[in-house]
Design a protein around this ligand. Structure first.
Ligand code: NAD
Length: 334
């Protein structure tokens, strides 16, 4: 099948080519994001392959459909960037990679948490400059602290287990109780209780209308003073302006983010020779107690291999049977 791959990075190309073992598909690797302006590049291709920050709204989907595209292969799990109703109306199949390596994201979450708590990011720079002073680097023992996990699906459950290994009391909030978490001693509580009792809160729910700005001024108002917040789920689960206010007042003690509400405007690009136009994001970067990575939690060899293999599997299945392996539709979201 002829596939136009948008938003291609060198590693996407490497892993997709390796997964295309039989050479059955022909990939056109394109650097631009998918947008109204770039959709025309898909002309003559039956499928497009896209990532988290490509926007697939109704006008873009219509343009793709007009260009002869019939399959949208997401090389990610989340599909909040796709207008599924519009896709259905146009008869487009949307497929995703429901699971690749939840370990990759869970381990990055813990890496952020530990780095931020023990100020490793600051210590690294200090030592390189011959500054061995320790003032400003005080952390806290995770052992004995209460960690609140929001969303105990594949990733949240792993994070809960790792935190239990550190000796944390782990509490969780989710509409669906995960039996494995319950059996391991995770206590399920309602969201306000999770906010009130946690020393560390880590977010692992999808972005939906229900979770949009879940961490807002009201939730922050309930949290313990000095709470640590970690978000590797989706940026808009947090109301960034409210978090900034919480950081300034000391209500929030530290924030680690792998995702940001408006990340689509600049994540995954090298903008080091330009300025950051997003004032809220730029302000966040000025805090010594804020640690941000650019949506890299998934970036392990195992995850990239699984993403590429499942994506190729989706495309092959669609080509041979008319159905993707992992379709996502407006009725059955995943
Ligand atoms: P999953 O579907 O296995 O688990 C999500 C859990 O969230 C489910 O148990 C669900 O019931 C729960 N949930 C839904 N609404 C909720 C709410 N309002 N409150 C509390 N819990 C709620 O998904 P997963 O594989 O564990 O991934 C979790 C999220 O992580 C994804 O949706 C995606 O946004 C994000 N993610 C980020 C990266 C990254 O690189 N940073 C990579 C993969 C996934």
């Amino acid at each position: 099948m002829d596939v136009a791959v948008f938003n291609t990075k060198p590693y996407d190309r490497r892993y997709l080519e390796a997964a295309n073992t039989e050479g059955r598909h022909s990939f056109l690797f394109l650097e631009p994001h998918l947008s109204m302006e770039t959709a025309v590049l898909a002309k003559g291709h039956a499928a497009v392959c896209v990532f988290v920050n490509d926007r697939l709204d109704a006008p873009v989907l219509t343009r793709l459909n007009d260009s002869g595209v019939s399959l949208i292969a997401l090389r990610c799990a989340g599909f909040n960037n796709v207008d599924l109703s519009a896709a259905k109306a146009l008869g487009l199949t949307v497929a995703r990679v429901p699971a690749y390596s939840p370990h990759a994201v869970a381990e990055h979450t813990i890496a952020l948490l530990l780095t931020l708590n023990r100020r490793i990011h600051r210590a690294y720079n200090r030592v390189r400059e011959g500054n061995f002073a320790l003032d400003g680097l005080i952390g806290f023992d995770l052992h004995g602290k209460t960690a609140g996990v929001v969303g105990t699906g594949k990733i949240g459950a792993l994070v809960a287990g790792i935190l239990q290994g550190f000796g944390c009391r782990v509490i969780a909030h989710d509409a669906y109780l995960n039996p494995a978490c319950e059996a391991a001693g995770v206590e399920y509580v309602d969201f306000p209780t999770l906010c009130q009792e946690s020393d560390v809160i880590t977010l692992h729910c999808p972005l939906t209308p229900d979770t949009h700005h879940l961490i807002n001024a009201e939730a922050i108002g309930r949290m313990k003073r000095g709470v640590m917040l970690v978000n590797t789920s989706r940026g808009a689960v947090i109301h960034t302006a409210a978090v900034l206010k919480g950081l300034k007042s000391g209500a929030i003690g530290a924030v680690a983010l792998d995702v940001y509400e408006e990340e689509g405007d600049f994540f995954f690009e090298d903008l080091s020779n330009r300025y950051i136009g997003d004032d809220l994001f730029a302000r966040l970067l000025t805090f010594p107690n804020v640690l941000i990575t650019g949506h890299q939690a998934f970036l392990t060899d195992e995850a990239l291999t699984a993403i590429a293999e499942t994506t190729v599997g989706n495309i092959t299945a669609f080509e041979t049977t008319g159905k993707a392996l992992f379709p996502v539709s407006v009725e059955k979201r995943g």
